[in-house]
Design a protein around this ligand. Structure first.
Ligand code: BGC
Length: 721
């Protein structure tokens, strides 16, 4: 507070600007004005935080020069997008959702924090807690999926992984920034940056809980979203930022706009110019303007003319200074920046191992007719590796700009590491349609692959989306594989029936034909640095797949948004029953191809009946729910036991079921364990007819199984009298 009182208005406003590190050379020297965004060199020089620059030496230099020039020697904050790892790249967040393993997700975030803290970073723009239900949206890859409960658990895990549970000053910790507040994951028609239309109830019941959990976990910052909600863009949405985020959720940290989002208030048409945009944003409580000159060019004038109160600036700057202080930057502005440690930690064996363990747990075995696992002895069966992903190291996902693909392990490398000396491989086709090849070349690639497939006992066919076909500004209307890859698939299947498809993607895809014709399908998403090793572990049975879908795979794009927690209609359709006036499609089923929570294993599990400690529950009671789970197969494996609750009647329409607990257990062959959950009244709450967050009397059903479609259930009654 003392410091704030000494600062001039100009100095305060400088704190509220964030500039990209692209204005600095590699050695950390400011290159002078790059005026595309209309900034003066002075404005760039004075900005209180820098985005997207890393490297201990470089950031140390930038920090030193900056502080020397500051009248109060206030340190800079360095922020960047460390989404799924820094140098050691982990699977994309959507894949991390499939682990249903918060401790592992936390460990991944902790590794990313250690590596990036040593490179001088202070804050990451992660986790992205946006709920996603439309696979056309490219940014589903950055979310942990379609379910509010799972997203909550994993948003907390990531915040705790980055920040630790003690203090941001701790070595190897960085601050986290949850994004994009709010409901960026629900753009109409899956088109990035598009309008969001959600009811207040859906927003509160489904979309807000994950951000709220990050806030409850102590997240240091929140980023606004690009979209509108109720026709109001977030960066100028006073009610959302002040009343809901700060008032209801009790968030006291820094709010930063998304890139350019304050200026975009003009393009949305809610501000007539940048000055009005600055006014709307600062009144909404947005503390930092990322990459526009709205604040730095207009706030002074707005205050001098008495249009904006200086108290709003003070409040914002205090929050920014407080974060700098919580990171310990006033005592040590370089925090953990240390070039030798940066090198030692990057891609070290321990971090690689964590990435490999995590990757294994993210893979979802969608189909297996018994072909997997493959034989480990190369002499016993001839395996052909075919497809554009066989040797590809571009398996990091769209948001991994600090990871070097050269350091990652392809599938072919993974097999070599398993001791396969001679690898029979063929590319078959390119990753993207016809790119850079003549028809003649394409024909040759295809023929070579088909010949190899014909001569092999089994084929591993590595197909998938290009890594840049998901991520920001990468929405797709057609979510099938490119035609070249489908042609390869069909030709290979004609000459060999034993085809295992290893599917790379940043989103659920329409893989209907593949799932019908292939003997096995393993979804590996964008698996990161250790992808190829982890894939080889699973293909050859050194690891047993245990991933469960964090987002449903649609039957066809015409179904999306499709998710398990649908709402009841007045005319429900029963699959397989022919009726006219019910809620259904004439040409496709209502159900997704593979639902949320689904995933196979190399073993089988029997889940016993659901046992409740009581059939009657008062407000303060807790019902204990138990099932026995037995490994009935021949190998040990992990199972994700999932508990769903159905609220049979409500004052408003309730979802058909909602995830309210999960537990991942490991069982040896023949081993049996009891898995218990507890149901508390708070887990039954929703926004009722009066918009109060309450539970309501009446019947509930509890389902426990290994996918969202389980029918294994029992009932109880909630009695609030
Ligand atoms: C993205 C954010 C990201 C920011 C900074 C924006 O385009 O929407 O998620 O954190 O850029 O790189």
């Amino acid at each position: 507070m003392e410091l704030l009182n000494e600062m001039s208005l100009e100095e305060k406003i400088d704190q509220m600007l964030q500039m990209s590190g692209m204005f600095y050379e590699d050695e950390g020297v400011l290159t002078g004005p790059v005026n595309t965004a209309g900034f003066t060199e002075e404005e760039i020089r004075q900005a209180g935080s820098v985005l997207g620059s890393v490297g201990a030496e470089k950031l140390t230099k930038i920090q030193k020069e900056y502080m020397e020039k500051q009248p109060h020697h206030i340190p800079l904050l360095f922020m960047a997008d460390i989404i799924n790892g820094f140098r050691t790249i982990f699977p994309i967040p959507l894949a991390q959702g499939c682990t249903f393993h918060p401790a592992l997700v936390e460990e991944g975030a902790a590794v990313a924090a250690r590596e990036s803290a040593a490179a001088g970073l202070h804050l990451t723009f992660s986790p992205m807690a946006d709920l996603v239900r439309d696979a056309r949206w490219g940014r589903v890859m950055e979310s942990t999926g379609e379910d509010a409960w799972l997203n909550r658990c994993l948003a907390r895990a990531m915040v705790e992984g980055y920040q630790g549970r003690e203090s941001l000053r701790e070595k190897g910790r960085i601050a986290a920034c949850v994004k994009h507040f709010a409901a960026y994951g629900a753009p109409m028609a899956g088109r990035d940056y598009n309008t969001v239309e959600l009811s207040e109830r859906t927003l509160r019941d489904d979309y807000l809980p994950a951000y709220q959990e990050a806030v409850a976990a102590g997240v240091a910052a929140v980023m606004t979203s690009f979209n509108t909600l109720d026709r109001i863009p977030s960066s100028g949405n006073r009610r959302l930022m002040r009343e809901i985020l700060r008032g209801e959720m009790g968030f006291g940290g820094v709010v930063i706009s998304d890139w350019g989002a304050i200026e975009e208030l003009c393009r949305h048409g809610v501000a007539k110019d940048n000055r009005e945009a600055a006014k709307l944003a600062v009144e909404a409580g947005v503390d930092i303007d990322m990459m526009t000159s709205c604040y730095c060019k207009n706030l002074r004038g707005l205050i001098e003319e008495g249009i904006v109160s200086e108290a709003l600036i003070d409040e914002a700057v205090l929050r920014i200074l407080r974060l700098k202080n919580e990171l310990g930057l006033f005592e040590n502005p370089y925090k953990d920046a240390d070039a030798s440690e940066e090198n030692a930690l990057a891609l070290c064996q321990e971090h690689r191992q964590t990435a490999r363990n995590m990757a294994v747990e993210t893979f979802v075995l969608l189909k297996n007719d018994g072909i997997l696992p493959l034989e480990k002895e190369p002499e016993k069966e001839k395996i052909a590796l075919i497809g554009p992903y066989v040797s590809s190291k571009e398996i990091h996902g769209a948001w991994s700009m600090f990871g070097n693909p050269d350091t990652s392990v392809s599938i072919a490398d993974g097999l070599r590491n398993k001791g396969f000396e001679k690898i029979l491989s063929a590319q078959g086709c390119g990753l993207t349609e016809g790119f850079g090849r003549t028809a003649e070349d394409s024909g040759k690639l295809l023929r070579e692959a088909v010949e190899l497939a014909r001569s092999a006992d089994k084929v591993v066919l590595a197909l998938g989306e290009h890594r840049l076909h998901s991520g920001e500004a990468a929405s797709r209307a057609d979510i099938t594989l490119p035609a070249d890859q489908m042609e390869l698939f069909r030709n290979v299947c004609e000459v060999n029936k034993k085809v295992v498809v290893v599917l790379f993607s940043g989103r659920p895809l329409d893989i209907r034909e593949i799932s019908e014709k292939a003997a096995a399908v393993l979804a590996v998403w964008m698996p990161g640095t250790e992808g190829g090793n982890a894939i080889a572990d699973v293909l050859f049975g050194d690891a047993n797949p245990s991933g469960k879908l964090s987002m449903s795979f649609p039957y066809s794009v015409g179904q999306v948004p499709v998710f398990y927690g649908q709402f009841r209609t007045g005319r429900p359709h029963t699959e397989g029953v022919e009726e006219k006036y019910v809620s259904r499609y004439l040409d496709i089923p209502n159900k997704p191809l593979f639902p949320f929570g689904y995933g196979l294993s190399y073993t089988t599990f029997a889940i016993g009946p659901v046992q409740l400690s009581a059939q009657h529950m008062r407000k303060t009671d807790r019902i204990r729910v138990a099932v026995t789970v037995k490994n009935t197969g021949a190998v040990s494996g992990q199972e994700v036991v999932q508990m769903y609750i159905e609220d049979v009647h409500g004052s408003v329409v309730r979802p058909v079921r909602e995830l309210r607990g999960f537990s991942k257990i490991e069982l040896a062959p023949g081993e049996e364990k009891e898995v218990c959950f507890e149901i508390a009244e708070t887990m039954l709450r929703f926004h009722d007819i009066h918009m109060n967050d309450v539970s309501e009397d009446g019947a509930f059903k509890v389902y426990i199984g290994n996918s969202s479609e389980t029918a294994n259930g029992a009932s109880f009654v909630l009695d609030l009298r």
